[in-house]
Design a protein around this ligand. Structure first.
Ligand code: SF4
Length: 350
């Protein structure tokens, strides 16, 4: 028999009808079975149910995050059920500080929104661990909070009494502007521990002055004025940032200034006619060293299982080997000025 298109469609339709009827029959039969109770519905049948259940809460409390962030200390509503945080939501109740200036609402970033997931992550350290083998061997033993805090306090006191608080290295990274930083800074400043106040300000000030000079001699007057203004602003900041600092730059400031420096370097550079970018590693040499010391340290720990520097970045290594922080800062300033002059000369002698 010749199979035409019409016959084929008729056959398929009949087949589908037969199949659907055969499925309907047992269902109808089941429903007529006397006394049969419907199957029990499990608490969570599918992900949709789980998601719907999420929307009922036992408690809604206020919370925030102590991470390396800015602005930090944002206010969030924390929704918990059965003792588990399911969701966080920006509170958005910050007042308008000045008319015409955008307010902070809703304040909170994507890190904050996912913070409760991280909190239950398998990799999260939930209790104090003490190294139980050689440094870098990855062997740890669990200790109590009392033991951990007691041991740290003993070491801090020993160093303060035997060598002086100047021998404690306070690594200023991982700071936020929230609740944790205030306590940290207050504690270390009461203890008399020096911080690297002024180091970044001095280095950035020299670098921006170098680009002001390069831009000026290339007749980019607006760019020269902008760079000089930045250098002037940094000097004003430095006035209050020298030890004991009243203002801190931290990573928020350094990231913004680094990007601005890179943009200015590109603007003083015309491909084939200009050395603004080529001079950047020379002018910003102390910053380049800082970045590479971190990269080297991490790579060495991963590949060789041991550190190159006692502490990275490099300026903390100098502190750890006994240089007082003012000596590290002054030497970075000197190197920064020399590199700025050298880089400017290279750029202008094109
Ligand atoms: S992680 Fe984000 S939301 Fe949380 S406190 Fe820091 S800046 Fe604010």
């Amino acid at each position: 028999m010749k199979l035409t298109r019409r016959r084929f469609l008729q056959g398929v339709g009949a087949g589908l009808l037969a199949l659907s009827l055969s499925r309907l029959t047992p269902a109808a039969a089941e429903s007529t079975v006397a006394g049969a109770s419907p199957p029990e519905v499990p608490a969570y049948r599918t992900w949709e149910d789980l998601y719907r259940k999420k929307w009922t809460w036992d408690t809604v409390t206020k919370g925030t995050h102590c991470v390396d962030c800015y602005p930090g200390g944002c206010s969030w509503n924390v929704y918990a059920k059965d003792g588990v945080v399911w969701r966080e939501e920006q509170v958005a109740h910050y007042p308008v500080i000045e008319t015409g200036v955008p307010d902070m609402n809703p304040r909170g970033c994507q890190k904050g929104a996912s913070f409760s997931q991280v909190m239950y992550g398998a990799e999260r350290v939930k209790y104090p661990l003490k190294r139980a083998g050689a440094r870098g061997s990855g062997k740890w033993q669990r200790v109590s909070w009392d033991e951990a805090l007691g041991e740290i306090a003993d070491h801090v006191l020993d160093v303060c009494v035997e060598d002086g608080p100047g021998h404690i290295v306070y690594d200023f990274s991982n700071i936020d502007f929230g609740p944790s930083s205030a306590a940290e800074l207050r504690f270390f400043s009461l203890l008399g521990v020096p911080t690297m106040d002024g180091l970044a300000g001095g280095v950035f000030g020299s670098a921006f002055m170098a680009y002001a000079g390069i831009a000026y001699f290339q007749n980019q007057i607006n760019l020269a004025a902008f760079s000089a203004t930045l250098a002037g602003a940094i000097l004003a900041f430095l006035w209050f940032n020298i030890p004991p600092a009243r203002f801190w730059m931290t990573e928020t400031g350094t990231m913004g200034l680094t990007l601005t420096l890179a943009v200015i370097a590109f603007m003083t550079d015309t491909p084939g006619d200009g050395y603004g970018v080529a001079a950047l590693p020379i002018i910003a040499f102390p910053l380049v060293v800082t970045v590479f010391s971190n990269v080297i340290q991490v790579a060495s720990k991963r590949l060789r299982g041991k550190k190159v520097f006692r502490i990275a970045p490099l300026h903390h290594h100098f502190e750890a080997i006994g240089w007082p922080s003012y000596k590290v800062t002054m030497r970075y300033w000197i190197i920064g000025v020399v590199c700025a002059i050298l880089g400017m000369t290279v750029a202008l002698l094109k």
